[in-house]
Structures are given as structure tokens and as C-alpha cells.
Design a protein around this ligand. Structure first.
Ligand SMILES: Nc1ncnc2c1ncn2[C@@H]1O[C@H](COP(=O)(O)OP(=O)(O)O)[C@@H](O)[C@H]1O
Ligand SMILES: N[C@H](CCC(=O)N[C@@H](CS)C(=O)NCCC(=O)O)C(=O)O
Ligand SMILES: [Mg+2]
Length: 499
């Protein structure tokens, strides 16, 4: 049995090493220089490496690629070599990780703040209303979560105009690519090692990614806190899941490093096969559940019928450790992100002045649509803004002319629907040319990157057991694209070369 799992590295090194930039062009946010004559050879080697090391996704052109593992595999989309990335931003994001974990925890405890902030959204957004209804049921029951596990990811872009690291969003549910992100840094380290002479780079300079080992450690530690040796970790998944290999990296590490068993169930299966014992234990097919790890449940598409909502409520009412709980889930909505950016709101949740300063420093402009002057500016220059509904998973935001038309329509209707959205300052990261590889071929494109730091927070009543950064994710996409996201089909996995 693993009481307090010792960390053993499965992939990558635990701590990033400072990049030696001799040879590396050491310039900011640029893909490391690829000698043109080497591109084809590197691409071929990289594709072979992906196939042999499980850096793969399901191929959407294959009918059963989301159903059965090992069927219809395709290499994950990746950038050919790492992105040079100034250490100063890396360190700033690492320092912010425990602060955002603490902030998420504190906000999750303030049920009235969550309900009040989302009260108008509740009137116009049925999905958010259903989540809030479950949350208020838990408040009525005075349900306490003694043990809390939250796996987060804070996503950033560097604003080219001000050189500031600005937060794009704070994810508190189904923070994915934690598995594949490790593979792409191993891929890059491997390519650089084999071509050290031609590339003139030190392979140790590729930042190792600890996301798999640290997510497995956090889940195993939560399982240990639940203290029932025969309990399992329940992974909530979608019926069709082409990103399953990203998920399996975590669950296989859980078994291999800590001997913890996981079971994969859809919400519908949980509703059909799940029960609560009188003591609150969640049981699936007779197996007690210690931790529920949501890798689905963040989108309306995950609730096609009332059965899935009954499953969410059953899970929430149980004594299992929810990752995330309904409260943590709600903290990650864009409306809460916007509310936390208002004056004096952080002061309600964080005590330390310099912590508050550091968190506030990375906030981009965030407004509700009740702010007439901002709505006027956005109608004037829509390209400087992003309009966001309360949705997760990529592909949901509104940009450009569509943003202007939506704002004009909402203003004309004068409806409450404005509460379903937030307006955000559009961030323009520095762009640079890069080789990107998808479906076996490469393209050269001008790209921008989005940098995410995973966070793990585990608490048992007053004892904070883990509050740490938990690996990283770098996603790179064509600068011409509005949307981002790997699962959504826009972005490529990348790794960091600290300069
Ligand atoms: N303020 C912004 N400036 C520039 N791009 C943005 C901004 N907000 C979001 N995006 C782009 O849209 C994508 C999705 O937005 P995000 O808020 O992360 O929603 P989701 O929860 O669907 O991932 C991001 O990955 C990024 O590429
Ligand atoms: N299929 C689901 C995918 C879950 C999902 O989309 N998660 C969002 C936050 S909600 C996210 O973290 N996206 C980062 C990777 C990307 O860019 O696509 C899973 O495997 O859990
Ligand atoms: Mg996002």
C-alpha cells in the first residue's frame, strides 16, 4: 500500500535546468533554429518517435478511434523543436501557481459569492444554472468536503505590446494534455540529443515536464488520504474519447507508481451502475470510489439527458473526493474570472499584500457587458477584444465582426443574455516562424504560443498536503487563428527551452 508515495520520475526531470543558449539563438519566443537541410530528417525521426513512445491521439478519420484503445492511432500534433522562452516568465508563472491554488480554494469556500456572482448568468445560461443548482443543493445539505483535491492549469500569453505575462484563463476541471505534454518535451530532448552537433544545442536545456509524475502523485495522495485500501479512482470520461492516450498516461502512472486502480466510466454508466451506501460511500459495480477524476463534465455536450445530471449529483453527494468538486468547478467559470479582476475582490480571498499584487499583475482587461463604455469600444474595435460565454474545451469564443454584431444585438434586445458573457482584452503574443507537424506532414507558419502551468492542491481539513506547480503545457498555433486548443484542433503541442 502506498501511504505517502515517494516521487519517482517516470518521464523527464523534475526541475527545469537553465538553458545554455550557446548555439541556441536565445532570442525570445522563437522556435530553435532548424537548419533547412535537416527539416525532413527531423520530421521523419519525430514521427517515428511519436509512434514508438505513445505521443498519439485517436484519428478522427477512423470510425472507432475514440472507442477502443490501440485503434486508429495518429501522432499528436507537435512543433518540430522547442520554443525559446525567457526564464523570467517561467519563474513568474511558477510563483503564481500556489497562489492561484490557494485563491481557487478560498473562493470555493464562499458559496454565497459563487451564487451571487453567477445569479444573472443562471437566468440565461441553462448549463451554468444546472451546475449552480447542484451547488445550492450541497449548500442546503451543508455538505462538507473534508478532503479536497483540485488539479488546475493557469494559461498565459505574453502580451507583445507590454511584455507582460497575462492570464488567459484559470482551468479547474479536466485540465488535460498533462500526459502528452511530457511526451513532447521528451521528443524534443531526443531530437536535440541525436543532432547535438548540427543543432549546437544542449539537450539538457529542454525543460523536463513533471506533469505525469506530479498528477499521479496528487491523485495517489488523495486516494491515500481517503484511506480505504480497496477503493478505486473513478475517471469520468466521454463515450467517444480520442484524447484517451493523454488520460492513460496519468492512470497507468497511478497504477505503476502507486498501485492505485482506476476505472473509466461515462456519466451515463455512473448513473446506471452507481450507488451510495448509507455512510455516503460511492460504489460503482460494487467497488468503493475514493476519488472522482473528471475528464468530462465540463461541457453541456457531456449532459445529453437527465441521467448525466443525476450522475453528477450522485457523485457530489458522495464521500468520494471530487476532482473538482462542484464548487471548484464553478470557480473556474469565466464570469468568476472576470469578477475576481474587479477592484478589492482579491482582498476578500487572499491575505498577503504582495501575493495579491502578483496575482493582479497578470490579469488582462476583464469586463462584464454592463460596462457601457467598454461595450462601445468593443463595437468600435472588435479586434481588440474576445467575447466569452461560460464554456470550456476550446472553440467557444466570439471574435471580430461576429463579436461586434453580437454586442449590437444584445444591446438592441436589452435582454439579460448579456450576463452569459464576459468581455476580455485581446492579447497579442509575439509571433515568429515555426515548423508544425500534423498528420504526417509539416508546415512552416507564423505562430504564437500559450503557456500553461498545472497546479495541484490537496487539503485534508486544515492540513494542506500539496500546494504546488504540477508540470507545464506549451501550445503553439498559427498567429492568424483566433481560437486555440489542441483537442479543438487549432494548436500544436510544444516544449520550452529556457533562455
Ligand atoms: N484574451 C485573449 N487574447 C487572445 N487569445 C485568447 C484570449 N482568450 C482566449 N484566447 C484564445 O482562445 C482560446 C480559448 O479561450 P479560453 O478562454 O482558453 O477558453 P477555453 O476554456 O475554451 O479553453 C485560447 O486557447 C486562446 O488561443
Ligand atoms: N477530452 C478531454 C479534454 C478536456 C479539455 O478540453 N480540457 C481543457 C480544459 S476544460 C484543457 O485543458 N485543454 C488543454 C488541451 C487542449 O488544448 O485541448 C480530456 O482529455 O480530459
Ligand atoms: Mg482554455
Amino acid at each position: 500500500s502506498c501511504l505517502r508515495p515517494a516521487r519517482c520520475a517516470v518521464v523527464g526531470t523534475a526541475t527545469p535546468v537553465a538553458a545554455t543558449t550557446e548555439g541556441g539563438d536565445g532570442r525570445r519566443f522563437e522556435q530553435l533554429a532548424v537548419p533547412p537541410g535537416l527539416v525532413d530528417e527531423l520530421v521523419e525521426e519525430a514521427l517515428v518517435w511519436c509512434s514508438q513512445h505513445g505521443l498519439v491521439v485517436g484519428d478522427k478519420n477512423h470510425p472507432r478511434s475514440g472507442k477502443a484503445p490501440g485503434v486508429g492511432l495518429l501522432h499528436a500534433p507537435f512543433a518540430l523543436l522547442p520554443m525559446s522562452f525567457p526564464k523570467v516568465y517561467w519563474e513568474q508563472a511558477l510563483e503564481l501557481a500556489p497562489l492561484f491554488n490557494e485563491l481557487v480554494h478560498r473562493v470555493s469556500l464562499d458559496g454565497d459569492f459563487l451564487q451571487q456572482t453567477l445569479a444573472r448568468t443562471k437566468e440565461v445560461d441553462p448549463f451554468t444554472r444546472r451546475l449552480l443548482d447542484i451547488h445550492s443543493k450541497m449548500m442546503e445539505l451543508n455538505k462538507k468536503e473534508d478532503i479536497q483535491l483540485c488539479l488546475t492549469r493557469s494559461d498565459y500569453m505574453v502580451d507583445g505590446a507590454t511584455d507582460k505575462l497575462l492570464q488567459v484563463e484559470l482551468n479547474t476541471i479536466s485540465t488535460s494534455s498533462n500526459g502528452l505534454a511530457c511526451g513532447v518535451s521528451e521528443l524534443h530532448r531526443n531530437l536535440i540529443r541525436h543532432h547535438e552537433r548540427e543543432l549546437g544545442l544542449d539537450p539538457a536545456s529542454v525543460v523536463g515536464n513533471t506533469a505525469i509524475t506530479q498528477h499521479a502523485e496528487a491523485l495517489a495522495s488523495a486516494w491515500a488520504e481517503y484511506n480505504n485500501q480497496s477503493a478505486v479512482v473513478l475517471v469520468v470520461v466521454q463515450a467517444e474519447e480520442r484524447y484517451m492516450y493523454d488520460q492513460y498516461w496519468i492512470t497507468v502512472a497511478l497504477r505503476e507508481m502507486y498501485g492505485v486502480t482506476t476505472i473509466r466510466k461515462t456519466m451515463a454508466e455512473i448513473e446506471a451502475k452507481g450507488d451510495l451506501r448509507p455512510d455516503g460511500t460511492l460504489v460503482i459495480n460494487g467497488r468503493p470510489v475514493a476519488v472522482v477524476y473528471f475528464r468530462a463534465g465540463y461541457s453541456p455536450a457531456d449532459y445529453p439527458s437527465e441521467a448525466e445530471w443525476r450522475a453528477r449529483l450522485l457523485i457530489e453527494r458522495s464521500s468520494a473526493i471530487k476532482c473538482p468538486s462542484i464548487a471548484h468547478h464553478l470557480v473556474g467559470t469565466k464570469k468568476i474570472q472576470q469578477e475576481l479582476a474587479k477592484e478589492k475582490v482579491l482582498e476578500r480571498f487572499l491575505d498577503n499584500k504582495s501575493d495579491i499584487e502578483n496575482v493582479r499583475k497578470c490579469f488582462a482587461g476583464l469586463w462584464s457587458l454592463e460596462n457601457d463604455s467598454i461595450v462601445n469600444s468593443a463595437i468600435e474595435s472588435p479586434e481588440l477584444f474576445v467575447l466569452k460565454p461560460q464554456r470550456e474545451g476550446g472553440g467557444n469564443n466570439i471574435y471580430g465582426d461576429n463579436l461586434r454584431e453580437t454586442l449590437i444585438r444584445l444591446r438592441k434586445d436589452g435582454s439579460n443574455e448579456i450576463a452569459a458573457y464576459i468581455l476580455m482584452q485581446r492579447i497579442f503574443p509575439p509571433a515568429s516562424p515555426s515548423y508544425l507537424v500534423r498528420e504526417g506532414t509539416f508546415v512552416r507558419d507564423n505562430v504564437v504560443s500559450e503557456f500553461g502551468i498545472f497546479g495541484a492542491y490537496l487539503r485534508n481539513n486544515d492540513k494542506v498536503i500539496i500546494n504546488d506547480q504540477c508540470g507545464y503545457l506549451l501550445r503553439t498555433k498559427a498567429a492568424s487563428l483566433n481560437e486555440g486548443g489542441v483537442v479543438a484542433g487549432y494548436a500544436f503541442l510544444n516544449s520550452i527551452f529556457l533562455t
